[in-house]
Ligand binder design. Structure first.
Ligand code: FB9
Length: 488
C-alpha cells in the first residue's frame, strides 16, 4: 500500500520533501516507510536523500504547563484581590507550584510580598509561557530568547529526527512488478520467466537469529576437557552412581575409618538405604587386613576395622571411588592390560558454602594403570594434560592424600591473573590400595584430579560459583558468553 502511494505520488510530483509528513499523510509509521525507501533505493527506483531535522519538543513538565497553565500564572490567579498569606497560598497551590510560581511571578513583577501577605501588583496577566509552549507544540517557530528561557526551565528539549526526501530514481517505475522469488516449474513450462523480474539474491541478508539452545558453560568446558582425555587415549569411567558405599569411597582407598573426612561434617551419609549388602567378600577381607595389620610391605594402621562402617552408604565425596571400582575390576581380569581412565562428574562434600565452594562440584580425574610407572611418568602426563589446557608453566608441591604416596599439589602460572594458581592434586596410588585388589606387584597407578568449576569460573570470568549453578543462572551470561577455547 505504501509502495503504491510513494511510486504513485512521484509519478505526478517532482519529489517527496519530507518522509515524516508523507508517512503521516498516508497513515503508515515512518519506520515502515523507511524500510520501503531503503528497498526502493536498493533497486534504484527512487533516489533518497537523508535529511535531519531538529525541532523543540515539550518535556512532560512543559506539557503540563501547556495544559494547566504556568505556575506563575496559577500563582497569580490564586491571589484574591485582598491578598493572601503565604501559608494559605502554599496550601492552595501545593509546594511545587508555589515555589516555582512565586519566583517567576515575582520576576515578572506581577506580585509583591508584604510580610506574610502576597498581593497582586497588576490587574491581570498573560500566561505567555502556556501560549508559547502551545505554539512550539504545534511546530510554530519562536524567538531564541524565549527558547533559552524555556530550555533553562527544562520545559522543552531539542529533538532531531532523521527523514528522507525522495525523487524518481534511474530505474523509477510507477508500479513495481513484484519480483519473483522462485523460478518455478510453471514459469519454465509457460515460458513467462522471460519477462518476469526475479528478486536478486541479497547475499548480505542477515540470517535470522535462531534462538538455539546453549550449552551451559560448565558443559562447554567439560566437553573440551573430555576431548583432551580422548585425544590422549583415555576412556571414560561410568560415574552414573552418586550414591556409594564407604567401602569403595574410603576403605578400598586405604583411608582409615577414623579419618576426619569420614565423619558427617564432611560427608553426606544416607539414611535410607543406610548400608550396602553386596561387597566382594574376599577383597573386603584383604582390605580389613591391610587396614588393621598392613602387609605388602606396609604396617597398616593397627586399628580394629569395622565392616559396618565400610557398609555405610554416602554421597560420593570424589570420583576416585569410581576409579577404585574400575581398578578392582581390572585386577579381576586373568591377564593384566594397561589402562587409561578418566571421569568428570559430580561429587558431594558437606562443606561450608562460599564464593568458590558449594556442597557439590564436578571432579575431573585421570589415571594411568601400567607396569613400572614412576613419579616422572606422572609429572610427564600432567605436563601434557595441562599444556593442552593452555597451562604450560607447572610447579609441583609435595602434598598428602590417604590413598596416594607420593602426592603432589599442582600449580600453574596464570598469565591473566598474574599469579600461581593451584590447579589440582595428584599422586601414585598406595600399594596398600592396589595389591589387595589383586593387581600385579609391578603395576603402578598414577592419578590426578581437579575441579570443573574452577577452570570454568576463571575462563568465563565468573567470580561467584553460585552464578554457575543455582536456579537463577543468568541466561544472558550463558548466551552472551562466547565459547572460551581452552588450550593453545
Ligand atoms: O580445580 C582446581 N583448581 C583449578 C583447576 C583449573 C583451573 O584452570 C584455570 C583456567 C586456568 C583453575 C583452578 N583445584 C582443585 C584447586 C583448588 O581450586 C582447590 O582449592 C579446590 N579443589 C577442589 C577440592 O576442594 C575441596 C579443586 C578440587 C579438587 C581437588 C583435588 C582433586 C580433585 C578436585 C583430586 C584428586 C586426586 C588426587 C590424587 C589421585 C586422584 C585424584
Amino acid at each position: 500500500m505504501a509502495e503504491e502511494a510513494v511510486l504513485g505520488f512521484l509519478q505526478t510530483n517532482e519529489h517527496i520533501s519530507d518522509s515524516h509528513e508523507f508517512a503521516d499523510s498516508i497513515g503508515v509509521s515512518h519506520t515502515e516507510l523507511e524500510n520501503l525507501i531503503k528497498s526502493l533505493k536498493g533497486f534504484q527506483i527512487v533516489d533518497a536523500q537523508e535529511i535531519t531535522r531538529e525541532s523543540w519538543v515539550l518535556t512532560e513538565e512543559g506539557k503540563t504547563y501547556m495544559v494547566n497553565g504556568s505556575p506563575e500564572a496559577l500563582f497569580f490567579s490564586a491571589i484574591p484581590p485582598e491578598g493572601i498569606s503565604r501559608s494559605n497560598l502554599k496550601e492552595k497551590l501545593g509546594a511545587e507550584i508555589f515555589d516555582i510560581g512565586s519566583k517567576a511571578a515575582a520576576k515578572n513583577r506581577w506580585i509583591t510580598f508584604e510580610k506574610d501577605l502576597v498581593k497582586r501588583k497588576v490587574e491581570s496577566v498573560q500566561d505567555e509561557v502556556k501560549n508559547v509552549l502551545a505554539r512550539i507544540n504545534s511546530g510554530a517557530a519562536v524567538g531564541d530568547q524565549v527558547i533559552n528561557d524555556l530550555k533553562r526551565r527544562k520545559l522543552i528539549i531539542k529533538q532531531t529526527w532523521k527523514g528522507y526526501s525522495l525523487k524518481k530514481g534511474p530505474k523509477y517505475v510507477s508500479k513495481r512488478k513484484k519480483p519473483e522469488t522462485d523460478l518455478t516449474r510453471e514459469h519454465i513450462v509457460s515460458g513467462d520467466w522471460k519477462n518476469l523480474e526475479f528478486k536478486e539474491y541479497n547475499l548480505n541478508a542477515e540470517a535470522p537469529q535462531i534462538q538455539a539452545g546453549y550449552l551451559h558453560s560448565l558443559l562447554e568446558v567439560r566437553e573440551q576437557i573430555q576431548n583432551i582425555f580422548l585425544e590422549m587415549g583415555f576412556e571414560e569411567m561410568p560415574t552414573n552412581n552418586f550414591v556409594e558405599s564407604s567401602f569403595w569411597n574410603f576403605d578400598a582407598l586405604f583411608q582409615p575409618q577414623q579419618h576426619p573426612a569420614r565423619d558427617s561434617h564432611d560427608t553426606f551419609f544416607l539414611e535410607t538405604p543406610a548400608s550396602t549388602q553386596n561387597l566382594p567378600e574376599g577383597y573386603l577381607g584383604r582390605v580389613k587386613l591391610v587396614h588393621e595389620s598392613g602387609g605388602y610391605g606396609s604396617k597398616g594402621y593397627g586399628y580394629d576395622w569395622k565392616r559396618e562402617e565400610a557398609e555405610k552408604n554416602l554421597l560420593r565425596t570424589h570420583t576416585t571411588a569410581v576409579s577404585t571400582r574400575m581398578l578392582y575390576a581390572l585386577a579381576q581380569q586373568d591377564t593384566f592390560t594397561p589402562k587409561r581412565y578418566y571421569s568428570i562428574d559430580r561429587v558431594f562434600r558437606n562443606e561450608a558454602v562460599d564464593r568458590t565452594h558449594l556442597a557439590e562440584f564436578h571432579q575431573i580425574e585421570g589415571l594411568i594403570c601400567d607396569r613400572g610407572l614412576t613419579l616422572g611418568d606422572l609429572i610427564g602426563v600432567l605436563e601434557d594434560f595441562f599444556s593442552r589446557l593452555g597451562m604450560s608453566k607447572l610447579r609441583f608441591k609435595p602434598a598428602y592424600n590417604p590413598y596416594t604416596e607420593p602426592s603432589m599439589e599442582i600449580f600453574s602460572y596464570h598469565d591473566g591473573l598474574q599469579k600461581w594458581v593451584e590447579v589440582g592434586n595428584s599422586g601414585m596410588f598406595r600399594p596398600e590400595m592396589l595389591l589387595p585388589m589383586g593387581l600385579p606387584e609391578d603395576v603402578n597407578v598414577i592419578a590426578w584430579g581437579l575441579s570443573l568449576e574452577r577452570p570454568t569460573m576463571i575462563l568465563y570470568g565468573i567470580s561467584n560459583i553460585r552464578d554457575l549453578f543455582e536456579p537463577k543462572v543468568d541466561f544472558n551470561l550463558i548466551k552472551s558468553n562466547p565459547i572460551c577455547r581452552l588450550g593453545l
